[in-house]
Write a protein that binds this ligand. Structure first.
Ligand code: MN
Length: 424
């Protein structure tokens, strides 16, 4: 199913007057409103192929009707999102859940939908059907060299698929670790993992990057072999200049100061990018911005300031990806909400007067520093985000369009009620 340009235009007509009023009022009070809108128009967040189906928990999965049953349908779904919000123009694929049968056909379908291929994702946290050796006790950390070799070969195969599709990076997330004290030797696990990552690194094409994603706990509950940003940075530094640390918001302990981590990784030129999501307790996979929007804003504030300090391009120099897949919402509506929340936080960060903030910091004016940040955070920037979407041909209100035009109903008609997406 494809959305017609004319349908979006006629939908927007009904909302344009109200939007113009709201946008005009807001923009008149912001000296660089036009520059913010242009930055928002350039900004895209990659959609993970596994988020298009209903996610599950370890207690069960309640699939929704009309889910995409294959890679082609997943790309179509992302095409729908991108047509509506004009900021979902990239896909992050997972191997083996999304192995393309015909790379050229997938590439041309993506091109037609205006999509590019962001980081590829490998999977050594599950055993696949027919797999020779088990990852029950880890993959790259494993005590048995043949298991490690199998995991290395898998990652190299993922790179090969990515090359065929035009991706430029691979994200390695390992579930490796231990559940009980004494189960493994930390140094041996680290050295095995480093050796495996070095072999994967050696297989990277010249213009590729590898992202080392860390996670504090789960599925291992005593130790994780890439457990925090310090450990990820150790690996990245030892690997070389094509290796970076990937921050997944849900992979921290509650109340961790993620914005400070982001700031320092940027300083060290080792920040790969993001997996956006939100959480109350752990890796909850909740919609970005649904629980802690102020934290999301503070992270973007550090990103904007840190990237500007290095002369980086906000739109292109970091990998922006969503990594969430929850079980109670329509996945497409959930992703529209996530992308919107990310762009709102970004727009708010662009409002921060860095010059005044620096002055306040240098004179220990703590109250003014807080006022500057909260003034930006409490500004309703939604008309700026909507204006960027409107100018780019998107829908002024994507979720309302999705519902009024019965997009899910039409997908169910097309695909049926028992189409289950591949994934967890
Ligand atoms: Mn992730």
């Amino acid at each position: 199913m494809r959305i017609k340009k004319e349908d979006i235009e006629s939908f927007n007509e009904g909302l344009e007057e109200d939007h113009a009023h709201r946008y005009g009022h807001l923009a008149s009070g912001i000296s660089h409103a036009e520059a913010i809108v242009r930055k928002l128009m350039a900004f895209n967040v990659a959609i993970p192929s596994w988020a298009l189906g209903t996610g599950g928990t370890r207690f069960g999965r309640f699939s929704g009707p009309g889910e995409p049953g294959n890679l082609e349908q997943k790309l179509d779904d992302i095409g729908l999102l991108h047509a509506l919000n004009r900021s979902s123009g990239a896909v992050s694929l997972h191997i083996p859940w999304d192995i393309p049968k015909d790379h050229a056909a997938i590439r041309s379908q993506a091109k037609e939908l205006g999509l590019t291929f962001d980081a590829m994702n490998s999977n050594t946290f599950q055993d696949q059907k027919g797999q020779a050796l088990s990852y029950k006790f880890g993959s790259l950390q494993h005590m048995d060299r043949s298991v490690r070799d199998q995991a290395i070969a898998h990652n190299i195969e993922v790179i090969r698929h990515g090359v065929e599709l035009g991706s430029k990076s691979i994200t390695v997330w390992l579930s490796d670790g231990s559940c009980f004290p004494g189960q493994l030797n930390f140094r041996r696990s680290f050295q095995n993992t480093l050796d495996g990552l070095q072999q994967i690194y050696a297989a990277l094409p010249a213009d590729w990057k590898v992202f080392i994603e860390y996670k504090a706990f789960e599925p291992n509950f005593y130790s994780m072999t890439v457990g925090d940003w310090g450990q990820s940075l150790l690996y990245a530094n030892k690997l070389g200049e094509k290796a970076y640390t990937l921050v997944d918001l849900g992979h921290h302990h509650p109340n961790t100061n993620i914005e400070q981590i982001v700031s320092l990784l940027l300083m060290e030129e080792k920040l790969a990018g993001f997996h956006f999501n939100d959480s109350k307790y752990g890796d909850d996979d909740l919609t970005t911005g649904s629980i802690q929007p102020y934290q999301l804003f503070l992270i973007f504030k550090e990103l904007v300031e840190g990237m500007d300090a290095r002369g980086m391009d906000h739109a292109k120099d970091l990998a922006w990806m969503i990594d969430a897949s929850h079980n109670v919402k329509d996945p497409l509506e959930d992703l529209l909400q996530s992308v919107e929340a990310i762009k709102i936080a970004y727009a708010q960060a662009l409002l921060v007067d860095e010059h005044k903030l620096t002055e306040a910091q240098l004179s220990n004016d703590v109250v003014t520093a807080q006022e500057i940040l909260q003034d930006a955070f409490r500004t309703d920037v939604r008309p700026l985000v909507a204006e960027a979407r409107l100018r780019d041909g998107g829908a002024l209100n994507p979720i309302r369009f999705f519902r009024e035009n019965k997009l899910r109903y039409n997908l169910v008609k097309e695909r049926g009620t028992h189409n289950v997406a591949t994934g967890l």
